[in-house]
Each structure stands twice: as C-alpha cells, then as structure tokens.
Ligand binder design. Structure first.
Ligand code: AMP
Length: 279
C-alpha cells in the first residue's frame, strides 16, 4: 500500500497502469473510514487488478460551513484500517494541491435529479460532488468506481454524469452496511452521543416496518405514515420521499425498485438512509 499526496503523482502512476492494460478500481471517500467503506474496498479489490482509495473531504460539496468544520477526520486511523486490506494506493491530497484542478471540472446538467431531496435541502451539494468525482476520475481513469447505496441519489447523479460525459467508467453501487441496531454506518455517527445513537436506530426500524405496509398503502399514504412515526421519536425528520430508483421522481403508484429516502436529524447530526420497498 502506497500513500500518495500529489495529484500529479497519482495521475502518472495511473497512466502507467493503464499502459500495462491493467484494470483500475476506484473507491472515493471522505475518510473516517468504517465497515461500509471497507466493504466497497473489498469488492473493488476482488473485481480489479488494482484498487485506489481516495480520502479527501471535499469542501465544495458542503453547503453548511459548520458541517464541514465538524466533519470527522482521522487519517492515521484510516491508514491503520487500510493497512489490513492493503489497497494498492491511498490518495490523500491537501486542499492546496487539489484547488487548481477544480477549474477543469465541467458543470453537469442534472435537471430534476439534482433538484429533489438532497438537491433541495443541500443546495449546490451535487455540483460539488460532480466536481470532485470528475477530478478523481480524470486523475485515475478507473474502469470501475464503487459507491454506497446509502447515498442513493449520489449513485444516480454519478451515473448521469458519466453518461453525459460519455466516460467509459462502470459505476458499481454497493449494499448498505449497518450496525447491529440497523443504523446505517456513517462517518457522522461518530458525532452522536450514546443516547442519540440509540435514538437513531429508529430510522431503519421505521423504514423496515414501512416495507410491510406497501400492500395496504399508496406511496403518499406511506410517506405520511413514515412522517407520523418519526414524530413519535427523538429524531427530527427533514424529508421522506418514496421515489422511482432511476428518475428519483416521487411515486404515486407502486413499481419495482420503489425506494423510501429519508433524512432525519439526531440533535445537529444529519442522518441519511433509504429502503427499497418493492423488490
Ligand atoms: P463518504 O466517506 O461518506 O463520502 O462515503 C464514501 C463512500 O462510501 C460513498 O460511496 C458512500 O455511499 C459509501 N458508504 C458510506 N456509508 C456506507 C455504508 N454504511 N454502507 C455502504 N457504503 C457506504
């Protein structure tokens, strides 16, 4: 495992790998690694000749300065976890070295996909995400890139970006890893108090219960039921939306892949989760 800080070094290493006709798999992260990230890395290692993990807290995707400032960072701990898996390269650059690259990223017309849910509540978020992912894709030119289904809308956005740019990169969505309580693992969980950690388990409990109610409710009725269930918890629901998995349009009738997407706050910590309701 080799640690790289310089974007130009990463670019030249990847060029050489590509010349050798070896496949590159990329796992972009913001660090504070947990089992969810590790599952992406393991899959990437299985499916590619070389695996590159990136650790970079991209400031342009944070619409809230306090969220950026508080975002957990632990490069040393991350490297210790990675040393067990031994990806070939870990790219952990400094902002000053990355900043000049942002002008090379194109603006992606995301349409509705960028306006609903996270796009509505975190204005500019997906502009930042598409910037940094383009920069990482340009530096590494991966065959496959791995993203967690926890960030459900992000997967759809990145797929649309790659399609728009006509870049030959397979976007591989990976299953959500959860704690024993069902809470989706997230770097932000480190910011929860022990009580909030218990409260946060309600998110997955409510979504699991919602799935059982599909046959007796319309999507809108089920959104209302989910919202009502959150009002009986210590969490504050920001939004619930039951959407088509590709277009992310809110559904009025049930269809294959219908997914409930939820954001709820435990105190000041913003928690994101989703559940497929119709398999
Ligand atoms: P982040 O460091 O939060 O930007 O996440 C980096 C990647 O890991 C993203 O593709 C996330 O969707 C994915 N990820 C985060 N949490 C989980 C999880 N609990 N299970 C699976 N993938 C995850």
């Amino acid at each position: 495992m080799k640690l790289i800080e310089e974007p130009s070094e990463l670019e030249s290493i990847c060029s050489k790998i590509i010349e050798q006709n070896k496949s590159i798999g990329l796992v972009p992260t913001m660090g504070a690694l947990h089992r969810g990230h590790l599952s992406l890395i393991k899959r990437c290692q299985q499916e590619n000749d070389l695996c590159i993990v990136t650790i970079f807290v991209n400031p342009t995707q944070f619409n809230n300065p306090e969220d950026l400032q508080k975002y957990p960072r632990d490069l040393q701990g991350d490297l210790e976890q990675l040393s067990e898996l031994q990806p070939n390269y870990v790219f952990a650059p400094q902002w000053t070295d990355m900043e000049p690259l942002y002008s090379s990223a194109r603006s992606i017309p995301l349409g509705e996909l960028g306006k609903v849910m996270e796009g509505q509540f975190r204005p500019g978020h997906f502009d930042g995400v598409t910037q940094i992912v383009q920069i990482l894709f340009q530096l590494t030119r991966p065959h496959r890139a791995y993203f967690g289904k926890k960030d459900f809308q992000q997967v759809a956005v990145i797929r649309k970006m790659v399609e728009y740019l006509q870049w030959p990169i397979s976007i591989i969505p990976c299953e959500i890893e959860r704690s024993e309580s069902g809470l989706a693992l997230s770097s932000r969980n480190a910011l929860l108090t022990p009580d909030q950690l218990k409260d946060a388990a309600a998110i997955h409990q409510i979504l699991t219960e919602a799935k059982i109610k599909v046959s007796s409710h319309t999507p809108q009725e089920l959104e209302q039921w989910i919202a009502g269930s959150f009002s009986n918890t210590n969490l504050e629901l920001e939004y619930v939306s039951i959407v088509d998995p590709l277009s992310l349009h809110a559904l009025t009738d049930w269809r294959h892949g219908a997914t409930a997407c939820v954001v709820a706050y435990a105190g000041k910590v913003r928690l994101l989760d989703n559940q497929v309701l119709v398999d």
